[in-house]
Design a protein around this ligand. Structure first.
Ligand code: ZN
Length: 60
């Protein structure tokens, strides 16, 4: 099972493991350097109320 990028949640690529791209790796690095590796601003995609809008692009 592939890793998920801790920054954006996309599938990580081997080159930038555990990130998906250089940008996310830089973001993570910047957090460490700034000394504020606290709570990342991750969207809550476990909200059941938004499941219809997000997961099923069906016709109206
Ligand atoms: Zn990413």
């Amino acid at each position: 099972m592939p890793l998920s990028c801790p920054i954006c949640g996309k599938t990580a690529v081997e080159k930038y493991t555990p990130f998906c791209c250089k940008r996310c790796a830089d973001v993570d690095l910047g957090r460490w350097f700034s000394g504020s590796y606290a709570v990342p601003a991750v969207e809550n995609d476990d909200d059941p109320d938004e499941q219809d809008a997000v997961d099923t692009p069906e016709k109206h």
